[in-house]
Write a protein that binds this ligand. Structure first.
Ligand SMILES: Cc1cc2nc3c(=O)[nH]c(=O)nc-3n(C[C@H](O)[C@H](O)[C@H](O)COP(=O)(O)OP(=O)(O)OC[C@H]3O[C@@H](n4cnc5c(N)ncnc54)[C@H](O)[C@@H]3O)c2cc1C
Length: 383
């Protein structure tokens, strides 16, 4: 059973998918359980991913990347997350935030910051969420004030992928106090060795353990004035636009985890015996497996339809929010059912089903909790 078959994937993205599948089989699957247990940053797998040309592949070819589009990145996400969500997140996050610099940044910023990431000499991250809120993008309090030819940042960020490991981050900070709160934010490139930048890892997580997030404190953190990305006050709109289409890839995170859960459930019920037969012979078990597949394939069809809409700029926020919501919730649902079918063995921490169950709790939250997605779907419904 190939749940992540290439039939639904546009032809130009199939080569990237095949590369990601081969890499996942060789480099992620064999170490997934061990890396999950260790809960450490998987530098070795990240470096192998770089050697394979599958890290920061979305950055433009002229800067050293491969210029992959959203459909190619979605194809990679499904395969990586099927093998392990934590490692998948680490590999995909190595260039997080770069797209904003690519779209809104200057030529100089492209050369100085994007090129090293595209060439896999550096890694980046995106710092938006704060200890007091992650959902309210116009309610963040980290500030940036102009002082001569520098910006001075103060405040805290939380949950930031690569906060400790990255060379630089795209940071979202408050630069104004106008009544229109959407015009009060700007984006900045902050090198992690800037004076006044401190980061430490957040506490141990139950899922995606082979990825690392950090808590950042900016204490009069000084960066040059030219590190403003785009226009002052344009940060909210730039970020909303970025999330609006990037979320279609988070749907792929859910699909990869869901595929892993269904595979595990299928394999288990065909081996496990009870009442003198294999438990797959009970009709109620068969119906559960049938429902898991039906839900999965419906989500995947929606997700790939959404990816095309996003690529064609056809109401992308609406489609990406729907795909993210559906695919990530199907992951939670099939992981839960797969756990039940595993009986008591479901709770052994080294089981792949238990990993999928714990990992599935995360994409329903990150890049905007699904309640926020529902707000976006309703608001952007074509009427
Ligand atoms: C593993 C992981 C990696 C992450 N990586 C990053 C990263 O690299 N960079 C970054 O900036 N952030 C990152 N995040 C943060 C993530 O984006 C936030 O956790 C998310 O946006 C939710 O914010 P919050 O946790 O503060 O929840 P809150 O905003 O406090 O919301 C809590 C809950 O309240 C409900 N809620 C909130 N607002 C509404 C509403 N308007 N309507 C209905 N219900 C609502 C929802 O159920 C929501 O889940 C990461 C998070 C995780 C778990």
């Amino acid at each position: 059973m190939d749940l992540l078959d290439e039939g639904i994937v546009p032809e130009h993205a199939r080569e990237a998918k095949a590369e990601a599948r081969a890499f996942a089989a060789d480099e992620i699957e064999p170490v997934a359980a061990e890396k999950f247990a260790a809960g450490e940053y998987p530098w070795d797998v990240l470096e192998a991913g770089m050697d394979a040309g599958l890290v920061a592949a979305d950055l433009p070819e002229e800067l050293g990347g491969r210029g992959f589009d959203i459909q190619q990145i979605l194809a990679i996400a499904e395969e990586f997350y099927r093998a392990d969500a934590g490692i998948g997140l680490t590999l995909m996050l190595a260039s997080f935030g770069c797209e904003l610099v690519e779209q809104y940044g200057s030529e100089e910023q492209h050369e100085q910051y994007l090129r090293p990431v595209a060439q896999n000499d550096q890694i980046s991250g995106l710092a938006v969420s704060e200890p007091e809120t992650g959902s309210d993008l116009a309610g963040m309090s980290t500030s940036a004030e102009k002082d001569g030819d520098e910006w001075v940042l103060n405040g805290e960020k939380y949950w930031v992928g690569n906060a400790v490991e990255a060379d630089w981050l795209t940071v979202y900070a408050k630069t104004g106090d106008r009544d229109d709160r959407y015009g009060n934010y700007s984006l900045f490139i902050v090198p992690t060795d800037a004076p006044g930048y401190e980061a430490e890892h957040i506490p141990e997580k139950m899922g995606m353990r082979a990825s690392k997030q950090g808590h950042i404190v900016f204490d009069d953190c000084r960066i040059p004035e030219e590190n403003l990305v785009g226009t002052e006050g344009g940060g909210f709109y730039a970020l909303a636009d970025f999330f609006n289409h990037g979320r279609v890839v988070v749907g792929g995170h859910g699909l990869g985890i869901a595929a892993a859960a269904i595979e595990e459930a299928e394999a288990f019920v065909h081996e496990r015996e009870g009442f003198g037969r294999n438990i797959n012979e009970f009709q109620s078990v068969q119906h559960i497996l049938a429902d898991m597949q039906t839900e999965f394939r419906a989500a995947r069809a929606l997700n790939w339809q959404a990816a095309e809409k996003v690529k064609n700029h056809d109401n992308p926020g609406y489609w990406a929010a729907m795909a993210k919501t559906k695919s990530t919730e199907v992951a939670v649902d099939v992981a839960e059912r797969g756990m039940q079918l595993h009986g008591g063995r479901s709770i052994f921490t080294d089981r792949r089903i238990a990993r999928a169950y714990r990992d599935a709790r995360i994409p329903v939250i990150y890049e905007g909790a699904n309640e926020i997605q529902r707000n976006l779907i309703y608001r952007q419904t074509p009427r």
